[in-house]
Ligand binder design. Structure first.
Ligand code: NAD
Ligand code: ZN
Length: 348
């Protein structure tokens, strides 16, 4: 895997200026928000390709539009493409760049917290297709990522807060010490972008560790799905309602539910369960799920696994350790969702 580099904004600007001269052209792919709020902060001269913001634009039409504009700009294989945005743009931009002329050098500059700790690291690129998420894409091990937490200052609060769940998940599966330090920082009501950079670096190191062990996602990288078996089902359920959840919000609920299952199997203590639950509620605004939805969520989890009888899940084995492919059952999922609802009363 190519490297992830951390920059302050000043250093990012000077670094981009110094590398730009080695390329025939620099093109920045952004969405309408990251073009408006982040592009000028890079301090470089570049051609820009702007895609409308939103997951619904992570599609083949946007890809074609990028390829058309790259062609009109006479971009050759000695150019540099920057993908400046959240996970939508880094997935789309790096996919488009890795196919254009069989691959033009490209760098992700994530601007959302989720992009920094998850989407821009690990080489997965792609677009949604025919209603299926990330249906078309490639593993692109050559893609670098430049992370600068100053760019988060314009990210909407709900987007920022929801991504803490991915950071907490990284700590829970691999770094007990980071998790304990993080929970202590909960008495700090606001974190500076500098504080955040350290937390992000630690989370990225964990993701990079799993990616380097399993670059093509065939084994141990599955650990990164902790919280996602139930989380994805909840996310899919809420997509059918008038109030969809952000991915990180659904994952936060999934983390609480799957930690409860872990606790019920006596693999973590009640103190651990409470600290996982309280830190997630502290960072992310979470509401109870109507019990009428529980069966639908269970069915969605089953469907997601393309398996009619068993739902396999990542569970913790103490904080900082995990077990892969543990079957979980209907009744314990419903119990876990009930438990989650009770924590909403307790922590909000
Ligand atoms: N490749 C991977 O390994 C991987 C991992 C996780 C998620 N993903 C993908 O990431 C995507 C979700 O990423 P996301 O949560 O960043 O969503 P996103 O890219 O849609 O960004 C969320 C919103 O925040 C805005 N935004 C981003 N940065 C901003 C900034 N600094 N200032 C102002 N507005 C800003 C965007 O315009 C958008 O409206 C999904 O498509 C998902 O599939 C990929
Ligand atoms: Zn996730």
């Amino acid at each position: 895997m190519k490297s992830v580099t951390f920059f302050t904004l000043d250093k990012l600007q000077s670094h981009l200026q110094s590398i730009a001269i080695h390329y025939s052209k620099v093109v920045c792919i952004a969405d309408s928000n990251t073009f408006k709020f982040c592009f000028h902060r890079l301090g470089i001269n570049a051609d820009t390709i702007v895609i409308p913001a939103g997951e619904e634009h992570k599609n083949i039409a946007s890809c074609i539009s990028i390829w058309e504009q790259l062609t009109q700009l006479n971009v050759d294989r000695n150019a540099l493409i920057l993908s400046l945005g959240g996970g939508m743009i880094t997935d789309l931009g790096s996919f488009a760049a890795s196919c254009f002329k069989r691959g033009v050098t490209h760098i992700n500059i994530p601007t959302s917290l989720l992009g920094m700790v998850d989407a821009s690291v690990g080489g997965k690129t792609g677009i949604d297709f025919l209603g299926f998420k990330n249906q078309i894409g490639v593993f692109d091990s050559a893609c670098e990522s430049y992370i600068c937490s100053d760019l988060l200052s314009t990210l909407p609060a709900r987007e920022l807060n929801s991504a803490w769940s991915e950071i907490i998940k990284h700590y829970l599966i691999h770094d007990e010490e980071a998790f304990l330090e993080f929970t202590k920082s909960d008495n700090k009501s606001t974190l500076s972008y500098n504080d955040m950079q350290g937390l992000i670096e630690r989370a990225v190191a964990i993701k990079s560790h799993f990616v380097s062990q399993d670059p093509f996602d065939k084994g141990v990288r599955k650990a990164l799905n902790f919280g996602h078996t139930i989380g994805h089902a909840i996310e899919s359920y809420y997509l059918t309602t008038s109030a969809p959840l952000l991915h990180g919000e659904a994952v936060a609920i999934g983390l609480i539910a799957e930690s409860f299952i872990t606790y019920n199997r006596q693999k973590i203590s009640d103190i651990d369960l409470n600290s996982i639950t309280s830190t997630l509620h502290y960072r992310i605004a979470l509401a109870p799920i109507h019990p009428d939805a529980f069966e639908s969520i269970y069915s969605l989890a089953l469907k997601d696994k393309k398996n009619t009888t068993t739902i396999n899940c990542v569970l913790l084995y103490g904080i900082g350790q995990f077990e892969l492919d543990v079957p979980i059952h209907h009744d314990e999922i419903l119990l876990a969702l009930n438990h989650y609802n009770s924590t909403c009363e307790q922590y909000t």
